[in-house]
Design a protein around this ligand. Structure first.
Ligand code: COA
Length: 177
């Protein structure tokens, strides 16, 4: 899979991405805005395990954000289950040297279009920490609506955090009977 935008793309993870992944993911500023399942510190072994895991995924829903020469971030969605099987949660991070160039806003637009086209989804949502101004802005720029504030919803870095519920809905969704 490859979605090109400008000089960047969203594409499948490759084994050779491990060194770049370990280099860029090993950043406390990134870890602070993600779940604790994201390792910190982040080493080559973590990178190899992650890539192996996503390569085994069926279907593939987690991708690299990349330049022509290296992976510089990750973006993906987790499909809901049971009564939430028509919804998916979006997650993403970008290497710090590339922040502020509009890359993730474009990546979200491309990936949500792809997800709505290829998966039977009524909605895609994200739950940024309320303190994560950049992520909130990125979601707004990618056409997500803020549906509310989840007060004291997460325990991160030893503190309770509010989160926002942001979602984009698929107007073309039809229930298959
Ligand atoms: C959040 C993140 C993905 C943004 O990626 P990015 O490619 O730099 O985002 P963009 O360049 O598309 O847009 C960033 C926007 O936030 C704004 N912004 C960034 N930091 C800000 C701050 N501290 N206060 C206000 N606005 C801020 C930028 O000005 C820009 O908005 P603009 O285009 O209207 O000027 C990136 O910073 C990151 O990986 N952060 C750590 C991990 C993370 O937070 N993941 C998301 C978890 S929900």
């Amino acid at each position: 899979m490859k979605l090109q935008f400008d000089k960047y793309c969203v594409r499948s993870w490759e084994e050779d991405d491990a060194p770049a992944l370990a280099k860029y993911a090993n950043n406390r500023k990134i870890w602070l805005n993600l779940r604790d399942a994201f390792p910190h510190p982040y080493d080559l072994q973590n990178a190899r395990q992650f890539i192996e895991g996503v390569q085994e995924m069926q279907p593939e829903t987690i991708f690299a954000i990349a330049t022509e020469t290296e992976a510089i971030g990750s973006i993906g969605f987790q499909l809901g289950q049971d009564v939430h099987r028509h919804s998916a949660e979006l997650g993403y991070w970008l290497a710090e040297p590339f922040w502020g160039r509009g890359i993730v806003s474009e990546a979200i637009l491309a990936l949500t279009d792809f997800a709505f086209q290829h998966f039977n989804l009524a909605r895609i949502y994200a739950e940024p920490y309320a303190s994560n101004v950049a992520s909130v802005r990125v979601l707004e720029k990618a056409g997500f609506q803020c549906e509310g504030r989840l007060v004291r919803n997460a325990l991160k870095n030893g503190e309770l955090q509010d989160q926002f519920m942001f979602a984009k809905v698929n107007s073309g969704f039809r229930i298959k009977r």
